[in-house]
Design a protein around this ligand. Sequence first.
Ligand SMILES: Cc1cc2nc3c(=O)[nH]c(=O)nc-3n(C[C@H](O)[C@H](O)[C@H](O)COP(=O)(O)O)c2cc1C
Length: 364
Amino acid sequence: MSTAGGRNEAPTINTRFTELVGIKYPIVQTGMGWVSGPALTSATANAGGLGILASATMTYEELEVAIAKTKKLTDKPFGVNIRADGSDAPERIDLLIREGVKVASFALAPKKELIAKLKDNGVVVIPSIGAAKHAVKVASWGADAVIVQGGEGGGHTGPVATTLLLPSVLDALGDDGIPVVAAGGFFDGRGLVAALAYGAEGVAMGTRFLLTSDSSVPDSVKEEYLKRDLFNGTVVSRKVDGMPHRVLRTELVDKLEDGSTIGGTVAAVGNANRFKKMTGMKWSTMLKDGRTMRKSGERTWQQVIMAGNTPMLLKAGLVEGNTEAGVLASGQVVGMIDDLPSCDELIQQIMTQAHERLAKLKSL
Ligand SMILES: Cc1cc2nc3c(=O)[nH]c(=O)nc-3n(C[C@H](O)[C@H](O)[C@H](O)COP(=O)(O)O)c2cc1C
């Protein structure tokens, strides 16, 4: 234990990832739409992890304000998650560069030129990926690290569990590959040690950070999450937006799973329009997304429209606390969580437990 600010702090575990982004502990709080704002991001940064602001659900102006607020609340490095296909992605990238933001995180692969521009200006580029071939592609384009999210993870997710996806990505990148951060299902020190044992250089967590006292999600909504168990707590639904989306099992989700409602589609069109105006997404981008979805075969036009609607459904749940009309993205890990620590308490608990596990492993 080292003493900092008059208290004992868990020792760190240094990896290439902690060095790359200049943080103390190998723990990332991911950019969750409507959830990862300045308070959560700065609390994570001040606790020694990497906090990431979610900008896909912010207007450009809201992102400007959020970056300024976060900088007021912490002098530590933090990141911003950007939709690489947003019409104003280049302006957002210029903003990150101007503001000296340390990390740019992407849900979809950013273009090669955008990666080069960010890197030339000293911004660390960390795309999130869901398949080994995507990790290899972004690495060849110059990405500095990747976050790999397995199927247990909350929000849009893939079919392969972290325990298999992670080693497949590490194998594909090879021994000298860029640092890999594991996501999907992590919540404690055992998971961190397991990820490091696989060869990852840190863990990234969404649901666990949503369920902290520092997250802005309404208390009543956090209570809904805490009630869920491991077996039936979440469901991967394609009915929300046509893509596999891991969410809390609620009455609304069960209804969506049960059938189609014309009324729901009409409301979805209105919401999609509001979201488009708010975030600067072009109809052409939304329609292109829609056509790609249709081409992949399994989606109806209703689902395509619902795709534009998803951010508003998430907002109703995560910001307005309307658990009946909203959709609540969540990882399966919600079934393992029953408390609301601060980010600092959480990170200290994880690091302390990780060191305990490592000591036990050494004594075997
Ligand atoms: C409420 C919620 C919102 C999310 N929003 C986003 C998002 O806007 N962009 C993104 O790249 N990932 C998003 N995700 C996925 C997380 O960033 C992360 O990859 C995932 O939560 C990791 O799995 P875990 O929940 O098991 O920790 C979201 C996840 C949750 C739970």
